[in-house]
Design a protein around this ligand. Structure first.
Ligand code: KDG
Length: 394
């Protein structure tokens, strides 16, 4: 089978930071993480050092947009009988690419509160946002090698582990968020999560990254012609590369944590992400235009290190399952609540925003039809058919 994506470019700067954090024992190239069965607690070497380094990194991070005005629901009530029996104490280090004030960050904080309350403080969560400890692939390596307990990647960069996830990279597949829920919470959704079994990664459930929109520094995107030669950062995923090449752009696959500085330095002309990420990860600072293209809906998968999870007492596994289920609903709710607000906020913060109408979008749909034929065999015809059946029946 053709590889859906391989790592491209130099070793990301995050590996250096990972080493500084003491979360890895040696700086390795891809595939060099040898000890598959490492004990997570042993390899989190010195919590005090980790906290100091993270504080420094937080100081350097760009100022966050204030989401206080965003129409965001409060987290749901935590309803459980706390486990009072003394079992084990663990700090779950949870790395994410996005900001603490993103729907992803808010849901991880809620997940942590849930665990803390329902285990009487025996399980706590330490959140490492903004790709501080690596990109999606590096953090997944961390889960597999026992240096990190949890992460929350997009499906797109991880299709080499489960090729069926590539179905979410097909352009203009998902009409709306409700249909996405139907797909994610269906039998085919469960099947895709189950495929992680035995990889060192336990996929707990699906959350929402959302509909992706293009931001750039050249001009508004209204038709495929506007993309001609545009150097656009895309996720590390061959289907995305193919889609943008088909549309005439010049895509560069790059890890999320590199995108802001690549835009700042003019290495790329643009990138594409949901409005809420474009606001909370400060892409508005490095964009002149934002175009609502909704070209792809991508999910997130909440993941925990398989060995770490399997070694926990059953009571803790149950609480983690419940907490992730609650966090999933909260994350999807907040993501939807913030989407339109974020587009308006992005506009108000400076860049010019245009929303494509149905006729304009149809030009993109027609131009990318061949991407389905090229990639369905790699993704798995059964997965594509099952998902299309749900989408077409919605
Ligand atoms: O935590 C998730 C992020 O690391 C990343 O997946 C966000 O959509 C994303 C992108 O563009 O890489």
């Amino acid at each position: 089978m053709r590889k859906l994506m391989g790592r491209t470019g130099p070793v990301p700067r995050h590996l250096a930071l990972l080493a500084a954090l003491g979360l890895i024992v040696a700086a390795c190239g891809e595939g060099d993480f040898a000890d598959e069965n490492g004990d997570a607690d042993d390899t989190i070497q010195d919590d005090a050092d980790v906290d100091d380094d993270v504080d420094d990194t937080e100081e350097e991070a760009a100022e966050e947009v204030d989401v206080e005005d965003a129409p965001v629901s409060d987290p749901p009530e935590i309803d459980c009988d706390p486990i009072e029996e003394e079992l084990e104490e663990h700090t779950i280090n949870f790395g994410i690419g996005l900001a603490t004030n993103s729907p992803q960050g808010l849901s991880v904080q809620f997940f942590g509160d849930y665990l803390e309350e329902c285990t009487d403080g025996q399980l706590t969560v330490e959140l490492f946002p903004d790709s501080q400890i690596g990109d999606d692939l590096e953090m997944m390596d961390g889960l597999q090698t026992g240096t990190l307990e949890m992460t929350f990647p997009s499906t797109s960069p991880i299709v080499d582990t489960v090729p069926g996830l590539g179905v979410f990279d097909l352009p203009f597949l998902m009409p709306d968020a409700e249909t996405a829920d139907e797909v994610l919470d269906s039998e085919v959704g469960d099947r895709l999560l189950d495929e992680f079994e035995g990889t060192g990664l336990k996929a707990l459930n699906w959350a929402e990254n959302g509909f992706r929109q293009v931001t750039n520094n050249v001009g508004p995107i209204e038709s495929p012609e506007d993309l001609e030669g545009l150097n656009l950062r895309v996720m590390e995923n061959e289907i995305h590369v193919d889609m943008w090449e088909t549309l005439g752009a010049s895509p560069t696959a790059m890890a999320f944590g590199e995108v802001f500085s690549a835009l700042e330095q003019g290495v790329i002309d643009g990138q594409e992400n949901p409005w809420v990420t474009n606001v909370t990860s400060n892409f508005w600072e490095v964009a002149d235009y934002g175009s609502e293209t909704r070209h792809v809906y991508t999910p997130f998968i909440m993941m925990i290190a398989e060995d770490f999870y399997n070694d926990l007492p059953q009571e803790f596994q149950d609480v983690i399952d419940e907490a992730s289920e609650e966090a999933k609903h909260y994350q999807r709710t907040v993501s939807r609540e913030m989407d339109e607000w974020a587009r308006e906020e992005f506009d108000a913060l400076g860049p010019e925003v245009n929303v494509l109408d149905d006729d304009q979008l149809q030009e993109f749909v027609d131009a990318t039809e061949e991407v389905y034929d090229t990639w369905a065999p790699e993704i798995g015809e059964d997965v594509v058919d099952d998902v299309l059946e749900i989408v077409e029946g919605s």
